[in-house]
Design a binder for this molecule. Structure first.
Ligand SMILES: Nc1ncnc2c1ncn2[C@@H]1O[C@H](COP(=O)(O)OP(=O)(O)OP(=O)(O)O)[C@@H](O)[C@H]1O
Length: 252
């Protein structure tokens, strides 16, 4: 069982951003996705997570087709994409940001709220405990009640990860977890990813910091100009002449 991306194509006007992309992430796997700027990595994440329909191709997850499911529907199957903490959430605290990320809260209408006040309280308490646990796991206790906008780049990345964890993911699409993060915190984020992976959560990780990613992911896919160029173990992939060519004519 796996995330199975088969023959995905996507054009913007006449420009083919994705051309027949196929890849596979085993359930519980840890796979990197690299490629020069404009290769199509973010577009592929948008298609996999259901934010953008492909022109062609199919996405399967754990043996079921995701085609036609919206992002929330895909998240319910356990496939979750991280996003930068939305700008309008910058004034909310870390804890509030995480509370807001959890899906399926009761109390969608005033009447419902009135009728289910007890249930809502119960749910809120359970959620608050889950949030406390995630904050502890991510070592964010000291900033839990600070506005998210005030955090360092690395701490914001941890909040993004926390928001994804509250959706109870089985596979996380992680977009540039090390961008704008200092080296010490890169090490910490890497440790948390490894621990989560050890608990069975799979990851597909886009990252430009190849040195960090090759320490984390035992398998890499390389994209260039909307196609998968190659895949395999980091050493083999980075020694590949086509990959060197794609990255600044051999400056990797
Ligand atoms: N909504 C859109 N409309 C038009 N063109 C788009 C759109 N989204 C992406 N593109 C184009 O598709 C190509 C692939 O972009 P994408 O952002 O997926 O690449 P990327 O590999 O994620 O790059 P980076 O590493 O710089 O984030 C780029 O040429 C981009 O300009």
């Amino acid at each position: 069982m796996s995330l199975q991306v088969t023959n995905i194509s996507k054009a913007f006007g006449g420009f083919k951003a994705l051309s027949g992309v196929s890849l596979e992430v085993p359930m519980g796997g840890l796979v990197g996705l690299i490629g020069p700027n404009g290769a199509g990595k973010s577009t592929l994440f948008s298609v996999i997570s259901g934010f953008m329909p492909p022109d062609e191709g199919a996405i399967g997850f754990d043996g079921r087709s995701l085609d036609g499911l919206n992002p929330a529907g895909r998240a319910r199957t356990g496939l979750v994409r991280t996003f930068q903490v939305p700008r309008e959430f910058a004034h909310l605290t870390v804890r509030e940001n995480m509370m807001a990320a959890a899906p399926g809260q009761t109390g969608e209408s005033l009447v419902g709220l009135f009728l289910r006040a007890g249930k809502v309280r119960e749910e809120e308490e359970r959620l608050a405990e889950e949030v406390r646990e995630v904050i502890r796991f991510l070592r964010l206790e000291r900033v839990a009640d600070e506005p998210a906008g005030k955090l360092s780049g690395g701490q914001k990345k941890l909040v993004e990860l926390g928001r994804a964890l509250l959706v109870k993911p089985r596979l996380i699409l992680l977009d540039e977890p090390f961008a704008g993060v200092n080296p010490v915190l890169i090490g910490e984020i890497m440790e948390r990813i490894r621990e989560l992976n050890g608990r069975g959560i799979g990851f597909l990780v886009i990252e430009h910091d190849l040195e960090a990613l090759t320490r984390l992911a035992p398998q890499l896919y390389v994209m260039d100009q909307g196609r998968i160029l190659t895949m395999g173990a980091p050493d083999a992939v980075l020694a590949d002449a086509r990959v060197r060519e794609a990255y600044l004519g051999g400056a990797v």
